[in-house]
Design a binder for this molecule. Structure first.
Ligand code: COA
Length: 373
C-alpha cells in the first residue's frame, strides 16, 4: 500500500521590525484609511540587515523539525518556495540544507511566486505517496522588502517578510495531503513580475534606471484574476477529494488582500469565520503567508488534528492552486529533538570542515596533475 504524506511539524520565523501604515505615510503619498479599506493590511514585518531568505527559512525549518521530532539527517527532501531567493543560484534550499546539516536531503528552490508553497506541498506529498522518499520539509520564505520600490505606493504597501515551514512524513494510516490542483497561465506573466536580474535583463545601469529590478504589478488585473481562481481551485480540489464544502473545517488562503479573500468566500458561499486570516499583521508574505496563517491557527487552538483543510493560493506566473489536507500533528512515535542551536553549531562545523577538505583535495590533486605534466 502506498504511504500517506502527513503534516507532522511546523515552524515560522518573522523579523522583529514592524512597519505600520503610519510609517508608510512618511515614505509615500498614502494613508492608513486607504490601505486598510483596499487591502485589510495594518502592518508588516521587515527583515533586518542580518536576516535573509535563507536565515528565516532555516529558523522555520528547525522549528518544524523540532515539532515533528525529526533529526535533519532524517530529511530526504527540502523545497524552498520563494520569490526572493538569496541568489539566482545556488538555490536557497541548498543554503538551508547546509545550515541544518541535512546530509541526506536533495534540496531545490521552487519558483511559482505566491503559489509556491501550495506547489511545494503538492510535489513533496506526491514524492512521499509514491514511496520515493519518507520525510520532506517544505518552506516558504521571503524578504520581499528588498525587491519592492519604496517609492511606488501601488506595491510597497502590500508586501512583508517572513517564513513558514511544514514537515511532511510518510505513514500507512490514511490522512495528510490527499489532493492537489496546480495550474499556470503564462499569458498573464506581465501582470506581476520582477523583470531584471535573470538572463533576459541582466543587471545594468540602463536596467536599474528603468526600475526593472523592482516588482511591477497591474493591481486591478491581478485582483480580478485572483478572486476568480481562488474560488475555482477550492471547488476543484474539494470535488477531487469527493467532498462538499460543508465537510471542510477551514480554508486557509494566500494572504494577499482581505478583499480578495472575501470575494473568494462570497463566490464559494463560505462564511468568513471558516477562513483563517492574519494578513492585517504581516501583509502579503508571498510563499510564507499560508504557513504563517496556519501555524498561528494551530497555536491558538483553532486548527486541530483531524481537521479537513483546503490551502489555496495564487500568484505571479500566473499560477494558482489548492491542496486538500486532513491535518495530522506530530506522530506518537516522535523522538526528543536536539536543540536547534546545537544543530546549527554542528552543521556549521561540518560545513567548515568540508570546505577545508575541498581545498586540501584541490591542492593535492593540483600537485598530482602538476607531476603528470
Ligand atoms: N495610497 C493611496 N492611493 C493609492 C495607493 C496608495 N497606496 N495606491 C494606488 N492609489 C491610487 C491610485 O493611484 C488610483 O488613483 P487615481 O484613480 O487617481 O488614478 C486609485 O488609488 C485607485 O487605484 P487602483 O489601482 O485602481 O486601486 P485598487 O482599488 O485596484 O487597489 C490594490 C489597488 C493594489 C490594493 C489592488 O488592486 C490589489 O490588491 N490588487 C491585487 C494585488 C495583489 O494581491 N498582488 C499580489 C499577488 S500575489
Amino acid at each position: 500500500m502506498s504511504p500517506y504524506a502527513h503534516g507532522t511539524g511546523w515552524g515560522t520565523a518573522v523579523p522583529e521590525q514592524v512597519l505600520t501604515n503610519a510609517d508608510l505615510e512618511k515614505l509615500v503619498d498614502t494613508d492608513d484609511e486607504w490601505i486598510v479599506s483596499r487591502t485589510g493590511i495594518h502592518e508588516r514585518r521587515i527583515a533586518s540587515s542580518e536576516q535573509t531568505t535563507a536565515s528565516l527559512a532555516t529558523e522555520a525549518a528547525l522549528q518544524a523539525l523540532q515539532v515533528a521530532g525529526l533529526k535533519p539527517t532524517d530529511v530526504d527532501l527540502i523545497i524552498v518556495a520563494t520569490s526572493s531567493p538569496e541568489h539566482t543560484f545556488p538555490a536557497t534550499a541548498c543554503l538551508v540544507q547546509d545550515r541544518i546539516g541535512a546530509i541526506r536531503a536533495g534540496a531545490f528552490d521552487l519558483s511559482a511566486a505566491c503559489s509556491g508553497f501550495i506547489f511545494g506541498l503538492h510535489l513533496a506529498a506526491q514524492s512521499i505517496r509514491t514511496g520515493a522518499i519518507r520525510n520532506a520539509v517544505v518552506i516558504g520564505s521571503e524578504t520581499l522588502s528588498r525587491l519592492v520600490n519604496w517609492q511606488d505606493r501601488g506595491t510597497c504597501i502590500l508586501f512583508g517578510d517572513g517564513a513558514g515551514a511544514f514537515v511532511l512524513q510518510a505513514a500507512e494510516e490514511p490522512g495528510g495531503v490527499l489532493q492537489g490542483v496546480i495550474r499556470s497561465d503564462g499569458s498573464g506573466g506581465d501582470l506581476l513580475s520582477l523583470p531584471a536580474g535573470g538572463s533576459r535583463y541582466p543587471i545594468s545601469h540602463k536596467v536599474i534606471e528603468a526600475g526593472l529590478h523592482y516588482i511591477q504589478m497591474n493591481g486591478r488585473e491581478v485582483f480580478r484574476f485572483a478572486s476568480r481562481v481562488m474560488t475555482q481551485a477550492t471547488e476543484e480540489v474539494i470535488r477531487k477529494a469527493g467532498l462538499h464544502l460543508n465537510d471542510i473545517q477551514w480554508v486557509i488562503p494566500h494572504q494577499a488582500n482581505l478583499r480578495i479573500i472575501e470575494a473568494a468566500a462570497r463566490g464559494l458561499k463560505l462564511p468568513m469565520e471558516r477562513c483563517i486570516v492574519n494578513l492585517e499583521r504581516y501583509g502579503n508574505t508571498s510563499t510564507a503567508s499560508i504557513p504563517l496563517a496556519t501555524v498561528e491557527a494551530i497555536n491558538d487552538g483553532r486548527v486541530k488534528a483531524g481537521d479537513k483543510i483546503v490551502f489555496v493560493g495564487f500568484g505571479a506566473g500566473l499560477t494558482w492552486g489548492a491542496v486538500y489536507v486532513e491535518w495530522t500533528g506530530p506522530f506518537a512515535t516522535r523522538r526528543p529533538f536536539v536543540r536547534p542551536a546545537y544543530i546549527r553549531f554542528l552543521a556549521h562545523v561540518r560545513s567548515a570542515l568540508l570546505q577545508v577538505l575541498r581545498r586540501l583535495d584541490a591542492i593535492i590533486w593540483g600537485r598530482v596533475s602538476h607531476f603528470d605534466e
